[in-house]
Ligand binder design. Structure first.
Ligand SMILES: [Zn+2]
Length: 99
């Protein structure tokens, strides 16, 4: 009986270290899971926003503001901030010259 009691008390005192509360462990793992999925979701969301912004930026970038046609890459290389394609710029220059 005494041996059994000693064993029991020994088990009780050592149990928390050897066997952490399954519920506590599950909760913390669950919390980690949630934290991780939230983090991944946030990263995924940010990535999508970034992609959208990038596509939006690249879509409007290099597009002529007058005729909405693609400005030739050669022109963008010479003048990366050009807003108009050469034909439109020529037309606009002619118009400004005439008036
Ligand atoms: Zn144009």
């Amino acid at each position: 009986m005494l041996t059994r009691q000693t064993m029991m008390s020994h088990l009780i005192t050592t149990e928390p270290e050897l066997f952490p509360d399954p519920i506590d462990q599950a909760a913390s793992e669950h919390e980690i899971d949630i934290a991780l999925s939230v983090k991944l979701f946030a990263i995924e969301k940010l990535r999508r926003i970034e992609q959208a912004l990038t596509s939006l930026h690249t879509r409007s970038y290099g597009i002529c503001s007058r005729c909405n046609h693609q400005i030739p890459y050669a022109r963008l290389r010479v003048q990366p901030d050009s807003l108009y394609c050469v034909p439109c710029l020529t037309i606009m220059e002619q118009h400004s010259d005439g008036s």
